[in-house]
Design a protein around this ligand. Structure first.
Ligand SMILES: Nc1ncnc2c1ncn2[C@@H]1O[C@H](COP(=O)(O)OP(=O)(O)OP(=O)(O)O)[C@@H](O)[C@H]1O
Ligand SMILES: [Mg+2]
Length: 388
């Protein structure tokens, strides 16, 4: 088992708390806002900046769901404080905190793009809570639009790549089969004719390479076919994982790593068995391939099913992925395994499957340590993806 403290639960990534930046120099006001926030909005992650410059630095470095801005700071005052922070982060919602005699400035800030203004001294859990809720709604709406746009872009990309893959498989399969059979026959004939053993050995090397080409063709075949295939079975996730773990046992032993699935509590799920097995295969294979000689490597697969959503977590300690690569791993053909013949299609195939079930896949990884893949699949009462 991976250390409990390090091990998140399936679905963890979805419970994000609100990130709020409070730009306020007065310590008393900072404390007050913190107290009111605790009362009103539940889960929030409050950050402080006490000057405008610090605030601008903070919004350039990090993403916030809401900025609470005192207009009178040691290094800036009045409406220009708002303008400068707005220029630095035009997409972040800003709620302005004004003095009692400063309502006009608050109205001006609204006209210039502030989400709201609150009068200091009259801020209560209701008004602040409302601003926070508004920011939450805004974030959810933006995330929804982003997810939808990404989904459309992905399905267009997958559709064209699927067509190219299918055409490529069609063109390559037959000649590769002919080469394969030809070499097998010659090896057979040479073995019977007692020829030089070196000739047979070289041909057997060629045959292994042809098998490798065949595996790559098969990956393209899956990629081309997945978008079309829809099946509904009663899938026992523990059995599906065990089947793949057994299949990958030789490579696991070679890598000296352990894979365990803790899915026996999950009730059967009505979805495509091939899809689920394919997903397990791609994700488990990736962990095994990441080991690269390290000792004590493990992958633990855990999951839940609440009747609608399947949440799975693939958690390994096989070395992790650099921040730079994490941004690229879901792109078709991105691979760090060029030497060993990776095609960079494994995670794209998983993503294709996940989008079929109107789900999501996210990665969280610590370079030098390990990787968590969070997978969510939505399954309606009839089985299959909601979007089918
Ligand atoms: N568990 C993991 N640990 C470390 N790196 C990973 C892990 N999973 C994926 N990666 C990284 O993501 C990249 C893309 O993975 P993907 O499965 O799409 O392609 P691949 O494994 O390189 O090739 P293929 O799966 O087609 O044989 C990998 O090359 C690897 O760098
Ligand atoms: Mg892979």
């Amino acid at each position: 088992m991976i250390e409990a403290a390090l091990k998140p639960k399936p679905g963890d990534m979805l419970q994000k708390s609100m990130r709020i930046l409070l730009i306020e120099d007065n310590l008393g006001d900072q404390r007050l806002i913190e107290e009111i926030l605790n009362e009103s909005s539940g889960q929030s992650d409050l950050h402080w900046a006490s000057t405008l410059e610090d605030g601008i630095e903070a919004v350039k470095k990090d993403d916030y769901d809401l900025i609470l801005l005192d207009l009178n700071l040691p290094d800036s005052d009045g409406i220009k404080t708002f303008q400068r922070i707005y220029d630095a982060a035009p997409m972040m919602p800003i709620v302005v905190l004004t003095g009692t005699d400063d309502e006009k400035v608050g109205t001006k800030a609204l006209a210039l793009g502030a989400q709201d203004y609150l009068i200091k001294g009259r801020v209560d859990s209701y008004s602040l809570g409302k601003s926070v809720r508004f920011a939450v709604e805004r974030r959810l709406a933006a995330e929804k639009i982003e997810r939808y746009q990404a989904k459309v872009a992905r399905s267009e990309l997958f559709a064209s790549l699927g067509t190219i893959s299918a055409a490529m498989v069609h063109e390559l399969s037959q000649p590769v089969t002919v080469i394969n059979l030809g070499i097998e026959n010659v090896v057979h004939i040479l073995k019977e004719s007692q020829c030089h053993p070196e000739a047979v050995s070289q041909l057997e090397d060629s045959l292994r390479s042809v098998h490798q080409v065949n595996e790559i063709i098969n990956k393209f075949r899956k990629f081309g076919r997945n978008t079309l295939e829809k099946r509904v079975d009663e899938v026992n996730f523990q059995d599906a994982a065990d089947k793949i773990i057994k299949f990958l046992n030789p490579s696991m032993r070679q890598a000296r790593m352990e894979v365990t699935a803790e899915l026996s509590d999950m009730p059967p799920v009505r979805c495509g068995r091939d899809d689920i097995e394919q997903m397990f295969l791609m994700l488990i294979q990736n962990s095994i391939q990441a080991v690269g000689g390290k000792k004590g490597c493990k992958l633990v697969i855990s999951g839940t099913f609440d009747g609608t959503d399947v949440d799975l977590l693939f958690s390994d300690n096989c070395g992790g992925i650099s921040m730079e690569d994490q941004k690229k791993i879901f792109q078709p053909f991105f691979t760090t395994k060029l030497v060993s013949g990776g095609t960079g299609l494994g995670l794209s195939i998983v993503q294709q499957i996940v989008s079929k079930y109107d789900g999501s896949i996210r990665v969280s990884s610590t370079d030098g340590h390990g990787t968590n893949f969070f997978v969510t699949l939505s399954v309606d009462a009839e089985g299959g993806g909601k979007n089918e």
